[in-house]
Ligand binder design. Structure first.
Ligand code: AMP
Length: 284
C-alpha cells in the first residue's frame, strides 16, 4: 500500500489507471477506523480494480465549539488496518495540502444542507460537500462508497454529483452496528461506560417509531412518541431532533406518501449523551 500525502500525486496515479480502463473505488474517512468503515472498504475492494482510502480530519466541517481537537486520531493503527484490508493507496493529506492559502471556493447544497443535522451544525454540510468534491477530483474515482449511517451526508453528496455533472457513481452502504444496536462511530470512544450502556436507546427508539409508522400511526404522533421515549433516559442530555423525513429532500414528512417515493420514509435522530453527539436512522 502506498501512503501519499500530496494531492496531485494521487491525482496523477489514479488518472493513469483510469486511462488504462481500470476502475478506481474510493472510501473517504476521518480515521479511527472501525468495522463500519471496513465494510465500505470491502465493498470498494470487491467492485473495483484499484482501491483508494483517505484519512483526513476535515477542519472545515467542524463548528467553532465542536470536537475537532478531541476527534480520535490513530494514523498508525488506521494505516495497518487499511494495509491488511488490501487497500492499494492511502491518501493522508495535511490540512495545508488540502486548503492552500488563497483558496476561495466552497460547495453548498442550499436547503438540503440546512435541515436535520444542518440546523444544529450550520457550516457542516458546506464543509463536507467541499471536501468530498475535492476528494472526488483528487482520486478520480469511478465509484465512491458512503455509509447510510450519515444519511444526510450521502444525500448531500449525491446531490452535488448530480448538480455538478460529476462522472462518479455514489454507492450507499448499510449501517454497521454493535450487537446491542448502537451504530458504530468513531465518536463512540468518547462515551463513559454508563453513557455507552444508555446509547442504544437511539436505535431502539427509531425501531419502535418505524413499527408505529408501519402500523399506520401518523408521522407527528411517531415524532412525539420518539421524543418522549428518548427523554426518559436521564443520560440523554438533549434531543436535537427525532422525526420522520422524506429520504430524498430531507423535509419533515406529515403524511407517508402513497405515490412518488415508493412510500419510503426516514426515521432519523440526533441526541447528546453527556457531551457526545450521536446520530442514527432507519429507512422504511
Ligand atoms: P467518518 O470517518 O465518520 O467520516 O466516516 C467515513 C465513512 O464511513 C462515511 O461514509 C460514513 O457514513 C461511513 N460510516 C461511518 N460509520 C459507519 C457505520 N457504522 N456503518 C457504515 N458506514 C459507516
Amino acid at each position: 500500500m502506498d501512503v501519499i500525502r500530496v494531492p496531485h500525486v494521487v491525482q496523477n496515479t489514479c488518472s493513469a489507471l483510469r486511462q488504462k480502463g481500470k476502475s478506481v473505488g474510493a472510501v473517504f474517512t476521518m480515521g479511527a477506523l472501525h468495522a463500519g468503515h471496513m465494510s465500505l472498504i470491502e465493498n470498494a475492494r470487491r467492485e473495483n480494480d484499484f482501491t483508494v482510502a483517505s484519512v483526513f480530519v476535515n477542519p472545515t466541517q467542524f463548528g467553532p465549539n465542536e470536537d475537532l481537537d478531541a476527534y480520535p486520531r490513530d494514523y498508525e493503527g488506521d494505516a495497518q488496518k487499511l494495509r491488511t484490508a488490501g487497500i492499494d493507496l492511502l491518501f493522508q493529506p495535511t490540512d495545508e495540502a488540502m486548503y492552500r492559502p488563497g483558496a476561495l471556493t466552497t460547495v453548498s447544497v442550499g436547503e438540503l444542507g440546512s435541515r436535520l443535522c444542518g440546523a444544529f451544525r450550520p457550516a457542516h454540510f458546506q464543509g463536507v460537500a467541499t471536501v468530498v468534491t475535492k476528494l472526488l477530483n483528487i482520486t478520480q474515482c469511478t465509484r465512491a462508497y458512503f455509509g447510510q449511517k450519515d444519511f444526510q451526508q450521502v444525500r448531500v453528496i449525491e446531490q452535488v454529483v448530480r448538480d455538478l455533472n460529476m462522472p462518479v457513481e455514489i454507492v450507499r452502504c448499510p449501517i454497521f452496528r454493535e450487537p446491542d444496536g448502537l451504530a458504530m462511530s468513531s465518536r463512540n470512544a468518547y462515551l463513559t461506560p454508563e453513557e455507552r450502556a444508555a446509547a442504544p436507546i437511539l436505535h431502539k427508539t427509531l425501531i419502535e417509531g418505524a413499527a408505529m409508522l408501519k402500523a399506520g400511526r401518523k408521522p407527528m404522533e411517531v415524532e412525539q412518541a420518539m421524543h418522549k421515549a428518548l427523554k426518559q433516559s436521564p443520560l440523554v442530555a438533549e434531543v436535537q431532533y427525532a422525526g420522520v423525513f422524506d429520504p430524498e429532500s430531507m423535509e419533515v414528512l406529515r403524511e407517508i406518501p402513497t405515490t412518488g417515493n415508493n412510500g419510503s420514509a426516514l426515521l432519523a435522530g440526533a441526541i447528546m449523551i453527556g457531551s457526545t453527539r450521536l446520530i442514527d436512522n432507519v429507512l422504511i
